[in-house]
Design a protein around this ligand. Structure first.
Ligand code: TMP
Length: 239
């Protein structure tokens, strides 16, 4: 599949057209940002790791019946995906308190929840991705009631699958962000990426952070953490 014109450049990926109007090529960059782009940097090798890891996880999800945009990995950094119209919601699932949950509700990080939580934020950089609930999303015309139900159902199923997979890697899945899109038939499918950029992943034994929080919080050992988490995935999944 030939790469056509660049349609879009985001903070971590570029998107290109192909000769097939229903397919796009995504190219993963090493660029890293945090705090709505305020903090900028580079994580050497991140694009290759996130591309490979996200594809391996999407394949695992597909095998378990979750519809995703994944079609085929083309190279270290490039993947063919189904074109979707993105639902402008960041869907965050949490199993353990951390990040904005700990900050907003005044609790420590590391509390294991009895039940996972889900929240939405409005994908809108100019507004700083504000939190909203399902009624707000419907009022703004971002998604229908039925689509929100599908998104919630898929997100919790994805959490179950990923939690079990990460546990097999000796990793606690603390929380993660998902994005969904509508395919050409209007069905809701998983899009974007699943990676250490979009998930909090703690070593089960030591609780060492093996994700982008090392960059966000200037903890050092960023590249090493990405390499370590990739090695664990490679031991447990076909990549
Ligand atoms: P939070 O605790 O900062 O709200 O983040 C929750 C999860 O969402 C965490 O795994 C990191 C991920 N995330 C993104 O993927 N993109 C973002 O812009 C933000 C703020 C968080």
């Amino acid at each position: 599949m030939e790469k056509g014109i660049q349609l879009y450049e985001g903070k971590a990926k570029k998107v290109f057209a192909t000769e097939d109007p229903d397919l796009l090529i995504v190219s993963y960059k090493d660029d890293a940002t945090a705090f709505n782009g305020l903090k900028k940097g580079t994580i050497e090798g991140k694009g290759v790791i996130n591309n490979t890891m996200s594809n391996a996880l999407m394949k695992l999800l597909e095998e378990k019946g979750i519809p995703t945009h994944f079609v085929e990995q083309l190279s270290e950094r490039e993947t063919l995906v189904k074109r979707v119209s993105i639902v402008p919601l960041e869907v965050i699932v949490r199993n353990i308190s951390a990040g904005s949950f700990a900050k907003n509700y005044g609790v420590e990080e590391g509390i294991v929840f009895e039940e996972p939580t889900i929240e939405f934020s409005y994908k809108n950089d100019a507004l700083g991705d504000p939190l909203l609930n399902g009624y707000h999303a419907m009022a703004l015309g971002l998604a229908s009631k039925k689509e929100l139900e599908t998104i919630r159902d898929l997100s919790f199923r994805i959490n179950g699958i990923l939690r079990e997979f990460w546990a097999s890697c000796g990793v606690d899945l603390v929380d993660f962000k998902l994005e969904f899109g509508r395919d050409h038939g209007g069905d809701i499918i998983l899009a974007d990426e699943i990676s250490p950029d979009t998930s909090r992943l703690w070593d089960h034994g030591t609780k060492t952070k093996l994700d982008k929080d090392r960059f966000r919080r200037d903890l050092g050992g960023v590249e090493e953490a990405y390499a370590e988490i990739m090695a664990r995935v490679q031991r447990n999944l076909e990549v």
